[in-house]
Design a protein around this ligand. Sequence first.
Ligand code: G6P
Length: 610
Amino acid sequence: MCGIIGYIGNRKVIPILLSGLKRLEYRGYDSAGVGYLVNKKLNVFKAAGKISELENTIPDFEEETFIGIGHTRWSTHGAPTTLNAHPHLNGSGNIALIHNGIIENYLTLKVKLKDLGYQFKSETDTEVIVHLISFFYEKEKSLLKAVRLALHEIEGTYGICVVSSLESNKIVAARKGSPLIIGVGENEHFVASDAPAIMEHTNNVIFLEDGDIVEVFNDHFNITSLANQTITREIEKLDLDISSIEKGGFPHFMLKEIFEQPESIQNSMRGRVLLSAGNVKLGGLENFIDDLVGAKRLILTACGTSWHAALVGEYMLEQYAEIPVEVEYASEFRYRNPILGKSDIVIAISQSGETADTLAAVKEAKRRNASVLGVCNVVGSSIARESQAGVYIHAGPEIGVASTKAFTSQLAVLSLLTVLIGRRKNLAFSYGEKICQELLNLPKKISQILYQKDQVEAIAEKFYEARNFLYLGRGYNFPVALEGALKLKEISYIHAEGYPAAEMKHGPIALVDENMPIVFIAIKDSTYDKILSNIEEVKARKGKVIAIASEDDKTIESIVDHVIKVPNTLEMLSPILTIIPLQLLAYYIAIKKGLNVDQPRNLAKSVTVE
Ligand code: G6P
């Protein structure tokens, strides 16, 4: 959700805050603000809208300033207005705070603070924290102590950064449930909600843990716990380079990430496919292989696109690893009474590794003594750290809000997991080898599909004014229908639904008429003949059919309106190919509608609130 950056050092702070906020804009982009100290005086500027709006409000700057905080917001409590934007100030205007998360008991605290005479300017939950800090500062005369005492009063989640003209040589930051890292430079430090904000300055970071409070100075920092115990955390080196978070000549991150897929999927498999053994190696699971082979049940839990990847995983793992699999939305899993046995293993799938519901599901599963594995993209993320073991998908930073390359990499990793477990069971060497070979062939096949981008764009031209879309697929490609529909609604705001094709006659067929585009994933797999019948049913009702078909299908052109061909592969791997034209279709439709595909309305990349 919201993005946080803080800086203290010898360089001018405003350019650092603004460039950091631009890198974080994918986390939230409805309003933004900065707070910094000039001659020990606090200046705060805020604006509704994008970072560019904020930039216009900051006056030309003559004086030098070396300490400040910045925030880009995804609204939860209160509309995206300038008043509700962060930083929030205390009454005397000498303490400024930015916050990511939700304060659940803010109403009770607000009533108490109002009774004590504190005046509120915004509708946010956040503002209570700064007044509480102010309240405790009166007594303690120490920013660190005041923050700690305030946090004792708070229920909910937070990543916060505080600066004050009362103690102008430090930033105080703390986390519980919302990510926060410290970037370590030479005589300078950064605080950020995630790495892209500070990557151009340093790769040396400390991942704060829940309950950590840190006092950050130019040349050192002190981490303590809520109970005021000293904590030592290692500095880790992030293996990321700056080009991975730039557009590299593409008009949008989403298009860049779609086109990166031949490479990103290769990175997900690098060093993991043992072709001559017809097997795979997943270093992160080495100590868990016996447990996985002996597992009675796997529960895959995730949200959004990652949940769709989990559904494909269910098909693969049940077919070739012969384990019963359940797939559950993390938001449901965490609030019901999931019955977990000793030999059940929970696998949490998350691109960001920060999704609040998925993280809570992981904690719930651990509380119930289940083993928990993580399949994450962001190295060092909360879910990766909270899991007992796991596999990184290594897709590289994904900035576009609509997930693309993370999905195909998640599928690649789930295929590897399937082979790993399957080969310890009944999956023959020859079939293991075949899967491995086909996995290695995928990058080339993805490139072949990407060459057809102009054809997909031409189809987008015909349909971008449609009000509704249906996406239908069967078997392994049913989750692809869901994901294709999700891509379209996320970035084009066209209502789109995904269904298993056979379910069409139980309802959706009532919607079919000559204005209804229907995307069929109709490759030559075990359900091909059935899908053809479904297509005929739609054509009989004058629906417009766009088919994703196999390259050697010579007949489908005669029954559908538009075809996009994909190379042949194994059925279990086909979703990695069939999703590519659907990503492109969604992208081009949104572009034709003149929409901002990287920052679609109301969405955020990393959903760190419930
Ligand atoms: C948000 C993003 C989606 C993503 C989902 C789960 O809704 O916009 O693209 O699929 O969160 O995120 P995760 O990081 O856990 O995969």
